[in-house]
Design a protein around this ligand. Structure first.
Ligand code: E4P
Length: 227
C-alpha cells in the first residue's frame, strides 16, 4: 500500500519525505486554494521535490467532458507522465475518462467517490485509481472503510486492474483497516502521519533504553563511543 501526502505546502512535503516512505503527493482545488497564485508554480515545485518517478495527482476542474480532456492534456504536458489527473466520478467525468483512455496514455484518478457504483463505472471507463472519501462517507452516516472494502471486492470479482487510493481520513484506525485488506494507496493529511506514530508509551520505552545505556556508558554516550 502506497503512502501519499494530501497537501501542497513545499516545506511540509519536504519534511515528511525525509521521515516517511512517501510514494507521491495528491492535491485538490481546496488544497491549492490555501497556497494561491498560479497553481502550476507550486505543482512544478512539488514535482521537482518528489522527482519524476513519484506519483502526483492533480484535479481537473472543468465541468464538460471536452474541457476536462483538454485540461488533462495540459496538466500532464506541464507536470510530466507520472501525473494522475483527478476527474470527478460523474457522467461528464466518465465521458472524459473514456476519451482519455481511447486517445492518450494519461493516467486518471476518479475522485469524489462516495459509492461503489461510481467506482465500478470509473474503473470500467479506464481509471487507474479511484479515490473513495472515507471520512466524508462516515460523515454522511455510512461506513467509509466498508465502502472502500466493497470497492476492492468489486474490482477483484470483475478482474479489474483499477487500484484504490483511499482519501479523506480522520484517524489512523481507518487507515489501518484499509492497510489490512491491502488497498493500493492511501493519501493522508500531514498531521495524520505524525499522529499515527505518536504515543507516549513509545517515547517512554525509548527514553528507558537510552537511560539504561547511559547508566553504564555515561551521559550522552552512544555506540559510536565504543569499538
Ligand atoms: C482526495 O482526493 C480528496 O481531495 C481529499 O483527500 C479530501 O480530503 P478531506 O475530506 O479531508 O478534504
Amino acid at each position: 500500500m502506497k503512502l501519499l501526502i494530501d497537501d501542497a505546502r513545499i516545506a511540509t512535503i519536504e519534511r515528511l519525505c525525509e521521515v516517511f516512505p512517501i510514494a507521491g503527493v495528491t492535491t485538490n482545488p481546496t488544497i491549492l486554494a490555501k497556497i494561491g497564485g498560479n497553481p502550476f508554480d507550486v505543482l512544478k515545485e512539488i514535482r521537482e521535490l518528489i522527482g519524476e518517478e513519484a506519483d502526483l495527482h492533480v484535479q481537473a476542474v472543468s465541468r464538460r467532458a471536452e474541457d476536462i480532456v483538454a485540461e488533462a492534456n495540459h496538466i500532464v504536458k506541464i507536470l510530466g507522465a507520472n501525473t494522475f489527473v483527478k476527474i470527478p466520478a460523474l457522467p461528464e467525468g466518465f465521458k472524459a475518462m473514456k476519451t482519455l483512455l481511447e486517445t492518450s496514455e494519461i493516467l486518471v484518478t476518479a475522485t469524489a467517490v462516495y459509492t461503489p457504483m461510481q467506482a465500478f463505472i470509473a474503473g470500467q471507463c479506464g481509471a487507474a485509481y479511484v479515490a473513495p472519501y472515507v471520512n466524508r462517507i462516515d460523515n454522511m452516516g455510512f461506513d467509509g472503510v466498508r465502502v472502500t472494502k466493497e470497492i476492492k471486492e468489486i474490482f477483484s470479482a470483475n478482474a479489474m486492474e483499477t487500484e484504490i487510493i483511499a482519501a479523506s481520513f480522520k484517524n489512523a484506525q481507518q487507515v489501518l483497516e484499509l492497510c489490512k485488506c491491502g488497498v493500493g494507496a492511501v493519501t493522508l493529511a500531514p498531521e495524520l502521519f505524525y499522529a499515527s506514530v505518536k504515543n507516549s508509551a513509545i517515547n517512554s520505552a525509548v527514553d528507558d533504553f537510552i537511560a539504561d545505556f547511559e547508566s553504564f556508558a555515561g551521559a550522552d554516550k552512544t555506540m559510536l563511543d565504543f569499538q
